[in-house]
Design a binder for this molecule. Structure first.
Ligand code: PTJ
Length: 256
């Protein structure tokens, strides 16, 4: 569909279009459309911009990723549909590790997603700059997690910091129980994922990732004490409460 750039909701419509295309290509789960709709609704409440609270989480997440010994980024259908390039850019700033992990897991979708990486980043994959896990190598099981999301690669299993955009609450809880630091990106500050994560970035994926990349680059040049202090002084639950207050104040003062 040709969406005119002048349309007041151009960006939002473009995102929907990308998701529909991804559905046609077998990348997105049908339920991914519903998940996006829920996200859109929360984004309206947030004013469709990165709040100062989200920025705070982004900085803490960047510090954690820079200090991590073995970080990994987990991607699902929605993330690949909306932000494949940003995920790759971020992975390449770290150790190049990305894991495909699907809630609605089928061999066909795994393959379609892997091919999407291969189409654009074959050279990086062949040279080892980019490592895509989660297709034929899922020999490890996350304890206490029955969904198909529980099957992971050795690299994911052993990671100390995991970035999980649009995650499920169950897996977030199980990953935290394993002792991992879990960074999620989720527009819904009330979700179980948001509440269980070590750091929740309550922001839209395609707004948050470029900022995360920016701060990862910047923080590689900062000393360890500075980054550790950022992490130490952050409290995820307090941040979520601040976001809820922000939404509620915003709604009370809104002019229609
Ligand atoms: O590709 P699969 O099979 O792994 O399935 C992925 C989905 C997302 C369908 C699956 O994990 C799922 O059902 O997730 P939930 O439980 O609906 O949670 C998705 C969360 O992501 C919701 O809380 C939404 O508010 C949020 N969300 C949706 N779109 C965005 C978003 N957060 C940030 N940016 C978005 N663009």
């Amino acid at each position: 569909m040709n969406i005119p750039k002048t349309h007041p909701r151009y960006k939002s419509l473009l995102m929907r279009e990308k998701l529909v295309e991804a559905l046609d290509k077998g990348i997105l789960a049908k339920a991914g459309l519903i998940a996006h709709g829920r996200g859109e609704c929360f984004d309206y409440l947030l004013g469709e911009k990165t709040t100062k609270y989200a920025l705070k989480s982004i900085k803490v997440a960047a510090a954690m990723l820079v200090l991590a010994e073995n970080p990994i980024i987990s991607v699902n259908g929605n993330t690949v549909a909306l932000a494949l390039d940003e995920v790759v850019e971020l992975a390449k700033e770290l150790n190049g590790k990305i894991e495909i992990n699907l809630f609605y897991r089928t061999k066909e979708r795994e393959k379609a997603i892997f091919n999407e990486f291969l189409k654009k980043y074959r050279e990086d994959i062949n040279s080892g700059k980019l490592k895509i896990f989660g297709v034929k190598d899922v020999n490890y099981q996350i304890p206490n997690l029955d969904s198909l999301r529980g099957k992971v690669s050795k690299d994911f299993y052993e990671a100390d910091v995991v970035l999980v955009p649009l995650e499920d609450g169950d897996r977030t809880e199980a990953l935290v129980k394993m002792g991992k630091k879990v960074i999620s990106i989720d527009l819904n500050p009330l979700s179980r994922t948001a509440r269980y994560s070590t750091v929740t970035i309550v922001d839209e994926l395609t707004r948050a990732l470029p900022l995360l990349i920016k701060y990862v680059r910047e923080f590689k040049n900062r000393d360890k004490d500075y980054l550790e202090e950022l992490i130490k002084t952050y409290n995820n639950k307090d941040n979520l409460k601040d976001i809820l207050k922000y939404i509620s104040k915003r709604l009370e003062s809104i002019e229609l």
